[in-house]
Design a protein around this ligand. Structure first.
Ligand code: ATP
Ligand code: MG
Length: 325
């Protein structure tokens, strides 16, 4: 269903749209460079969603297009069920966003900065300043000048500024950028708290680890195209599984297993084998590997299934993509 149809059939910003962000064929070019290339994106409401890709993949450009900061060359999009650009004002009143580094007046305090921003918003925003500062853990430092804030504190003040509008959707471009491990931890907790309140947080990042820890679902973007998307657990379930086998005579073990119908990729390592099996086959395969080796007189010291990380899956997906192109 296209967002244009949603727009025609449902009231503006209908709660019936299950998607916080919906795009179809969204495209943005800079000359010959297609920065956003036919993006089909569905971000479910009420989750932390990672838009994950390497530098130059088109993450910031997609966010800028969604927020109407630059126009799309083709495609349709909606935010919280509101078609963009037609109902942009209605949508953006319920969206908080940080694109690039948040900018504040350094000579003013955190609270004063929020007061200025709240004055430009609806009346209720003023009443949300204290709660927003508290929510991002800046209540104690609210009356310090922003020039004295660390990068992490500025990022958090940026989120506090977003919260002034009591947004249903937060769009954060690289919120972990420049943060130390403690800062990332705080940002992660904050995002999860916002999601637990029923908000949707869409964040862009090139940090696989952080996205895996923070988000429920992801889209993987490369060269402007979304190449995979869905809940992380579901995506990883489709990845191959690595099994490490510690055994005597690894070379002979490899020859034995290569001659079977396991269909696995087998690499010899110093103390044994590393075996990549198709997802879903590993339980039976591990038992079979053990049986084959023991029957041949090879001592099996250890069989260990390695948890697939988003990072190793990402490499599998992108290398498969490289092979097919
Ligand atoms: N204003 C612009 N004019 C021309 N080209 C641009 C412009 N903005 C972005 N691009 C190009 O579009 C592509 C995508 O850039 P974008 O900034 O969206 O990537 P990104 O995924 O956000 O990268 P990063 O991880 O470095 O932030 C790049 O090739 C970039 O050079
Ligand atoms: Mg960027």
């Amino acid at each position: 269903m296209s967002s244009t149809r949603l727009d025609e059939e449902l009231p503006v910003g209908s709660v019936e749209s299950p998607w916080a962000v919906e795009t179809h064929g969204l495209t943005k070019r800079f000359g010959d460079n297609v920065a956003v290339n036919g993006v089909e994106l569905l971000v479910p409401r009420g989750c932390a969603f990672g838009y994950l890709g390497p530098n130059g993949a088109g993450k910031t450009t997609l966010i800028r297009v969604l927020l109407g900061l630059t126009h799309a060359d083709a495609g349709t999009m909606s935010l919280l069920g509101c078609s963009i650009p037609r109902h942009r004002d209605v949508a953006l009143a319920r969206v908080g966003a940080i694109v690039d580094e948040p900018r504040f007046h350094g000579h003013l305090t955190g609270r004063q900065n929020l007061q200025i921003l709240a004055a430009a918003r609806e009346r209720a925003a003023r009443g949300r300043i204290d709660a927003s500062l508290k929510r991002v853990g800046l209540a104690q430092r609210a009356d310090d000048r922003v020039s004295k804030y660390s990068m992490g504190m500025r990022q958090r003040l940026g989120v506090a500024a977003c919260l002034l509008g009591d947004p249903q959707l937060l769009i954060l471009d690289e919120p972990m950028n420049g943060l130390d491990p403690a800062g990332m931890h705080e940002m992660r907790d904050m995002i999860q708290t916002l999601v637990s309140e029923g908000r949707t947080v869409m964040l862009s990042s090139h940090l696989l680890d952080e996205v895996e820890r923070t988000c429920d679902a992801v889209a993987i973007v490369d060269n402007g195209k979304v190449i995979r998307q869905g809940p992380i657990a579901e995506l990883l379930a489709g990845a191959s599984v690595e099994v490490n086998v510690e055994c005597s005579s690894p070379e002979r073990a490899r020859t034995i297993l290569a001659a079977t119908a396991l269909g696995a990729q087998i690499d010899v390592e110093t103390s044994g084998l590393s075996i990549h099996l198709a997802a879903g086959t590993e339980r039976d395969a591990i038992a079979e590997i053990n049986r084959l080796l023991v029957e041949d007189g090879i001592a099996v010291y250890r069989l260990q299934e390695i948890q697939v990380s988003l990072e190793s899956w990402f490499l599998q997906v992108t290398s498969r993509l490289g092979e097919s192109s």
